[in-house]
Design a binder for this molecule. Sequence first.
Ligand SMILES: Nc1nc(=O)c2c([nH]1)NC[C@@H]1CN(c3ccc(C(=O)N[C@@H](CCC(=O)O)C(=O)O)cc3)C=[N+]21
Length: 296
Amino acid sequence: MSARIIDGKAFAAQLRRRVAAEVDRIRSGAGVTPGLAVVLVGDDPASQVYVRAKGRQTVEVGMESFEHRLPDTTSEADLLALIGRLNADVRVHGILVQLPLPPQIDPAHVLDAISPEKDVDGFHVVNAGRLSTGQEAMVPCTPLGCLMMLRAELGVLAGKRAVVVGRSNIVGKPMAQLLLADDCTVTIAHSRTRDLRAVVRSADIVVAAVGRPRMIPGDWIRPGATVIDVGINRIAAGGKTRLVGDVDYDGAADVAGAITPVPGGVGPMTIACLLSNTLTACCRIHGLPAPDLGNA
Ligand SMILES: Nc1nc(=O)c2c([nH]1)NC[C@@H]1CN(c3ccc(C(=O)N[C@@H](CCC(=O)O)C(=O)O)cc3)C=[N+]21
């Protein structure tokens, strides 16, 4: 066990304190209170836990929280109508529609209906395009949190070999764009990658975002590498359940230079970045200088 443990929980608490101070500043200075609307369709228990955590932390940093819980029979038209109202609501600066959505609703229609400047998830195609062309964007929360932890751990990332395992629109692809913008040499690996072990083994930075419990063994990690584990997988363990990442933590911690734990790594940073993005969105909407909280 030699790796430094990257304490995402402490990191997130620190980011929330900075967000809270900025919220205070713009409330007293400009008379504006940032507001975040979270929409949950259906009653998936894990989603309810996250939505509750988001609502609580939003209020804790001094923002307004608007929660909308809709039945899992909600039609796409009704959800789009709600998004239209939130787009027009001047108290709302950020809109998050919790994914996944029930099968009768096409997530692409929903994400495209959210006004890009209120798209604090950064999932709208306009924000994806802006990120990939180096323009000011709303950046997806999970990769943004990973980038902040990497910068804090390593300082300058330029020239590092980064391997992102996973090519999802919400983590893998935007993560690769952020690392590229920080001048890393980036490889995106996935289920069809040949000799994944050798590819991962070449990396100074490994970001694992596949959603398969412990699929990356410790002996794939280059000694001294920095490992960011995005996976949050619930597995059965002795009659109970526990959370594990996409990386075999115990094995990787023996060889890595630094590693994020699960839980307590990327997850808490995701929510803190959501609050940071809401503050950023609010500042942009009101023409206020957006604070630098280590954003992309
Ligand atoms: N539009 C949308 N945006 C999201 O950002 C989004 C989403 N939909 N759908 C679901 C996923 C999941 N997600 C998590 C956030 C924090 C933790 C988190 O803080 N986890 C704790 C553990 C919590 C536990 O014990 O269950 C940790 O890793 O330490 C986990 C998962 C955001 N998501």
